[in-house]
Design a protein around this ligand. Sequence first.
Ligand SMILES: [Zn+2]
Ligand SMILES: [Zn+2]
Length: 557
Amino acid sequence: MSDRLSVSSKFDTEETASELECLPFGVHHDDEGVCLLVRMGPHRILLDCGLADVSPLVQGLKKSARRGSSPLPADFVLVSHAHSDHARGLLALHKAFPLLPIYASEVTSKLLPLNWLEQDNQEVAPFCQALPLRSPVEFKEGLVAEIFPAGHLPGAVAILLTYTTQERSYRLLYTGDFFLSNSRLVEGLRLEELRGIKLDVLIIEGSYGTSRHPHRRAQENQLAERINRAIAERCSVLLPTPTLGLGQELLMLLRSHHHFTGRDLNIWVDGTVAVGCDAYLELLPHLPPSIQNFARHQPLFWDERIRPRVRRMQPEQRLDVDNPCIILTDFTADLYKYCQSNTGSWLTLFPEKTNIKINDEYLQVMSVETYLLAQHSDGPGTTQLIHNLRPQHVIFVHGSPTYLADLTSLEELQNRYHLHSPAAGTLVELPIGETFLQPAAPEANYEGELTELGTVVTITLPDAITADPRWRHFADTGLIEARWQGEDLVLRGLSQRELLNQNSDRFTWSDLDCCGTCRHQRGQRCWNPASPLYNFKVTLEGYCPAFERNTEKNSES
Ligand SMILES: [Zn+2]
Ligand SMILES: [Zn+2]
């Protein structure tokens, strides 16, 4: 349903119609991580390797390597950032294919070893080569890669691949995990760097689906407020986080928020989060100028002198902490060991919408709450990036299937792009239309007002909306259909024809611009050479910019 092009053939079939294909080995619907094999003409590029178990990937790659002429299963690997859901399989992959080149940004290449802290250093000899930011590198003849900072985590990049044939260039961008806002230790992705690149394919993460987040400052204040209240009630606070990213952000927040600056309070850092802090210290020249400036006056993390004090926890201190205090540790640690009864009362704060799962038993016996400090783009940010890039195809990965389905069912996207949300193992063919007109960017949003009176809800909208010629269509019958899409309520005007057709299916295409009402669609196949869908099997609710209405009656039957 969400994948609007039929994708059935295997990746290594001989007769491939299109120059571009994407075979996902992992799309991070649940915890499996991201790993995508992209083919551009004769080149095969592996994007990220976040699989916990790489054996299916290694088997598949070995098989195709045997069939092909190349001794290597892919030409090379590009890594978007150092989080484990994108990187944890790299070491095993490197061991299976020691000659397979692996590249990432300089910062990522330095953070990657933190994924294998339990292995000794010998085992994790550096296998990743550093790429410069914003500099095109020709990896193979006709194949260029360029990386752009993507926010989210120091070193995280979006990867732009350009494949040039005699006829034209094909461009594919993979966002990795991205965030448009500045956070404390990393600047956001800069839209203006990517605007106007004439993109054909965008592979984008959809972690938060269509939901909208409060402004980052508001999220920070809410969290600081809650911690402040706990401390005032002499309750210590435990913050489990991943090794990299969120934990260091929290430390910077606690050190600079007015609730805490100058207070006689200990912030203890334990587990791999402390190792992550050490890694950040090595990367100081790559962090934002504001952080470098801060670090000129006081240590970035370990500081016994300036209050609140940030201290690395020693194992013997776990049973004997001052009360109240704040502890940051990695979420895989045994959390009970911190919250012993002799150390007073405890509040555990878990980050919302992350891979961190809360153990049921822990929930029952401990006092637990959640907070939002987003590290990924929210729904409006995601659609904003897509509309700025205006690709022909958008492939959504990295998010629960329901969240990704919320995105692929957005009409503002469906009307403009070919949307895909493939499962792992499903090949996505990416036919590129030569005559494709880049769709216009969508219009502004309108603000309205909501009034609830008894059982009636009234929605007031500005006049500008009724000035649009589409309003007549929307208001045709005075009846609307309302339906939830994630957190959003979608309103749709019902037309006369739909009311007449109510006895048939809930859905009718008669009023929609879609393949079902296009004169070039016959037998569920596209016959329009000007369409990127030409010769492909199409779904009737699909759409492409070469749409032309079928004027014959009963076109939808
Ligand atoms: Zn990440
Ligand atoms: Zn991720």
